[in-house]
Design a protein around this ligand. Structure first.
Ligand code: NCD
Ligand code: ZN
Length: 406
């Protein structure tokens, strides 16, 4: 349960936003000696510093293997192309059920899981945690089956029409009450896409209105139901999460909602690869989310919402919502925490808060995040097309790998 930061340099890092003073565990040893010390940013942080010759610098952070608590991997050729990006560094991922047709039954979840297992690289120990897609017709019986299967981890609520492949979603949460009550009995969490679909509500307000109209009353009605508000985007969501009892309601946060505001949709022309749902919001909302996750609060955890779509389905007259972030997500989360001077809080967000909330063991293996510039590929090809990743072609500064560099 410890993060170790190793630095081989005389300057901690060249990144303009890094403030060594805000991350005390990044201290360096005198040249030519190797020291190991316990610093005090938190009980789970240990630092090891190792000196080297300037101006070369190498900084690395060893963290417990992260999990992705919100992931779309699709099927077929796309599944085969995208899954290795997640399986490489993440231990587990909650797999979203919005396929065509959606995963509405336990039998289908079991089948989909097998498909995913077949697509995993040999030797991978990645664990897909499956979800059921809630509809107006889901029965309490299906929840019992889901629990019994040992395969279904949670149930996903898409308000009908809210996002990609959500047309079979819930039209009236009231109709689902018996199912939600069964979920309380079965201790099955509810994962929520928190946006209303009312066309009279401005797109940028749909999350806030969902909280007021649906989520807050639901939490009141079923306080024992474990709820995760997925991919939060607003200050209103942060305030709501903070107002709930810890351990009952939590939130996942994506890299795009931490790094981009709505200007990114229009920068130099329409930017389809920054289009996702919920849509990017104003800067004040982005800042509120950054403050929330970098505060060290246990209520927030990593959920990339990595949502691959073919380049041609993004760059067209009616482009799909979804950002493909799996290959860049860990680099981007590290960037966010570094820029906030909160690298000591990164590991809890990526690797502890999620399993702790869900009552699962934390991963025991480690990964390394090395401070090393790398270029994001323009696209990732698959059997019948290509996918443009988030921050395509740009240079990122934290490179995840499995092994510490000697
Ligand atoms: C997701 C997708 O493409 O499946 N798109 C998105 O913009 N996030 C669906 C979702 O999670 O809303
Ligand atoms: Zn999603």
């Amino acid at each position: 349960m410890q993060a170790a930061i190793t630095t081989t340099a005389t300057t901690v890092c060249a990144h303009p936003h890094t403030k060594p003073s805000s991350a005390p565990f990044l201290r360096l040893s005198p040249p030519a000696c190797r020291v190991s010390f316990s610093a005090s940013p938190g009980p789970n942080v240990r630092a090891t510093a190792m000196a080297a010759t300037p101006p070369q610098q190498e900084q690395q952070m060893v963290i417990t293997r992260p999990d992705d608590w919100h992931l779309h991997v699709r099927e077929g050729g796309v599944l085969e192309a995208v899954l290795p990006h997640s399986a490489r560094h993440f231990g587990r991922a909650v797999i979203m059920p919005n396929l065509k047709p959606p995963v509405t039954t336990t039998a289908r979840a079991v089948e989909y899981r097998e498909q995913i297992m077949r697509a995993l690289p040999p030797g991978s120990s990645f664990v897909p945690l499956m979800t059921l897609y809630l509809t107006d017709n889901t029965s309490p019986e299906e929840i019992k089956l889901a629990r019994k299967s040992g395969v279904v981890f949670a149930v996903k609520l898409y308000p009908a029409g809210a996002t990609t492949n959500s047309q079979d979603g819930v039209t009236d949460i009231g109709k689902c009450l018996p199912v939600l009550e069964e979920m309380v009995r079965q201790e099955m969490p509810l994962l929520v896409h928190g946006e209303v679909t009312d066309q009279h509500v401005d797109t940028f307000d749909r999350e806030k209105v969902f909280i007021d109209r649906i989520l807050a009353p639901l939490v009141q009605k079923l306080p024992q139901l474990k709820i995760v508000m997925e991919h939060i985007t607003t200050m209103d969501a942060v305030n709501f999460i903070e107002s709930c009892e810890e351990g009952h309601v939590a939130a996942t946060v994506t890299p795009q909602h931490l790094l981009l505001n709505r200007n990114a949709l229009f920068q130099g022309g329409l930017q389809p690869h920054n289009y996702c749902l919920p849509i990017l919001k104003r800067e004040i909302h982005r800042q509120a989310i950054v403050s929330a996750v970098t505060s060290g609060s246990r209520r927030y955890f990593l959920g990339t919402d990595s949502a691959p779509h073919d380049k041609q389905n993004k760059e067209c007259s009616c482009g799909c919502a979804g950002i493909y972030s799996a290959p860049v997500a860990l680099s981007l989360y590290a960037k966010v925490f570094e820029e906030a001077g909160a690298l000591d809080k990164l590991e809890a967000f990526t690797s502890f808060n999620g399993p702790d909330f869900y009552g699962l063991p934390r991963n025991t293996s480690k990964i390394v995040l090395r401070k090393s510039a790398w270029k994001v590929p323009a696209t990732y090809k698959h059997s019948s097309g290509e996918i443009v990743p988030m921050f395509t072609g740009s240079t990122l500064h934290w490179l995840p790998s499995d092994q510490p560099e000697e």
